[in-house]
Design a protein around this ligand. Structure first.
Ligand SMILES: *Cc1c(COP(=O)(O)O)cnc(C)c1O
Ligand SMILES: [Zn+2]
Length: 425
């Protein structure tokens, strides 16, 4: 990995040679998350945006020269990345904005953005000669790791809170993962996974402690910029649980800026659920995210429920260094955003993904984004991930199926009663 210079501890700034540390800074334990440093001159001299477009690699691996893997490493065969991004003019207009795009990362193979870091984890585990792969997860990272491990023919062990949505657990089981449903919350599952890995030498993909996860997640930012012809945005909205996606998006944009492929850094907005607002609270109160005590997290958006965000330093830096903001949204606003986004764009999002849209609605209301801003909203997971929440969202929007008898007369009565098809023929 000649293009990787080292790994820098975000607490003390110490830089470690690649291969000298596996997960975190030895001096700072789980708090000492590491940032991967690159030799941008070397990368820039050997590849250009055009080369990436023409690459023989698929999906996120087109960006291989910018990823921390060995040149000869084999990647899992599942197609990850290259997800669509849509302009959403009707939705934009409803907020008084003109240029808004929705990046649908629910279109990944296991239906969330987590396929990007998990694919990278499978490669890093193989490079490390690891046997069993493991992760703690609210559900999507687990589904992603299970799917990618299945594709690569590798075993994995998953720690999820017993409350994880059934669709996510069903994915894990069908992919053949060994699933430990922990009677506790995500934070407890995380600790247990950490202890087990330390004791048994498993390869741990868990967010925050594994420095490569934000490197996988950053590929979504590359794609967004590429899809806009490398014309940088002004604002990006990302929902935040552990903060790894937000930190990853920031990292991707920092890479592109360092390479001169984009000309300015967009403002980054981290959207948190009101009941899981560790970072938003720290940011508003001027508290140090490193030492702030964990909160008790509760939200309908299970994927962003985190009492102690594991990548809080990367997430905090993303907002601070880009002059963005943290925005909080209520569970009601999150559920309301699901049908709004689905009807306005055709993108069906799970609660945590719709939260990013709800955050843009808030931000537009506060005047944080203006009519001329070019804005991207990352939809991080599919609505099919949590059907119970989707059903609640539809109910809250007043939408319900119309029940009718199985005869023509009943059909005509229903059409008349509900004014169906009028003015459309
Ligand atoms: C994991 C996840 C998030 C939050 O990502 P973090 O890195 O934990 O902040 C948001 N949305 C979905 C759908 C996710 O799976
Ligand atoms: Zn350190």
């Amino acid at each position: 990995m000649d293009h990787v210079v080292g790994l820098r501890c975000l607490v003390c700034g110490e830089v470690y040679a690649p291969g000298k540390v596996e997960y975190v800074c030895p001096h700072h334990g789980v708090d000492g998350t590491l940032d991967v440093l690159y030799d941008y001159e070397r990368i820039g001299a050997s590849c250009s945006p055009k080369d990436l477009r023409r690459s023989a690699e698929q999906g996120m691996w087109r960006f291989r020269p910018l990823l921390p893997i060995e040149p000869g490493s084999e990647v899992p065969p599942l197609l990850v990345g290259d997800t669509p991004m849509y302009p959403v003019p009707r939705l934009a207009a409803s907020l008084g904005l003109r240029q808004v795009w929705v990046k649908d990362d629910g279109r990944n193979p296991t239906a969330s953005l987590k396929d990007r870091p998990s694919a990278l984890a499978v490669v890093k585990a193989a490079e490390a000669g690891a046997g069993l792969l493991t992760t703690a997860s609210t559900g999507n990272a687990a589904a992603a790791l299970s799917g990618l491990c299945a594709a690569a023919g590798r075993p994995c062990l998953i720690f999820v809170p017993a409350s994880a949505p059934p669709a996510k657990v069903a994915q894990l089981l069908n992919y053949g993962a060994t699933v430990l449903a922990v009677q506790g919350n995500y934070d407890q599952a995380f600790e247990l996974c950490l202890e087990g890995s330390a004791a048994h030498g498993w390869y741990n993909r868990s967010t925050g402690i594994n420095p490569y996860m934000s490197e996988g997640k950053k590929t979504v930012a590359y794609e967004v910029c590429e899809q806009l012809g490398w014309q940088a945005l002004d604002a990006v909205f990302v929902s935040v649980g552990d903060g790894c996606i937000l930190g990853g998006v920031h990292k991707g944009l920092r890479d592109l800026l360092a390479l001169g492929w984009i000309d300015h850094m967009p403002r980054l907005y981290g959207v948190q659920a009101a009941g899981s607002n560790f970072l938003a609270e720290a940011w508003e109160r001027g508290e140090d995210p490193l030492t702030k005590a964990p909160i008790d997290a509760h939200t309908v958006a299970d994927s962003i429920s985190a009492g102690l965000p594991r990548d809080r330093l990367k997430a905090f830096a993303a907002v601070e260094e880009t002059e963005g903001a943290f925005v909080t949204v209520s569970d009601e606003e999150i559920l309301a955003a699901i049908p709004v986004l689905a009807r306005g764009s055709g993108v069906f999002a799970e609660p945590a993904a719709a939260a990013a849209w709800a955050g843009l609605v808030r931000a537009a209301d506060f005047g944080l984004v203006g009519p001329d801003d070019r804005v991207a909203v990352i939809s991080t997971g599919s609505g099919l991930k949590d059907v119970a929440a989707a059903r609640r969202a539809a109910e809250q929007a007043g939408a319900a199926p119309i029940e009718i008898a199985a005869d023509r007369e009943a059909l005509e009565r229903a059409l008349a009663d509900h004014g169906i098809g009028r003015g459309e023929a």
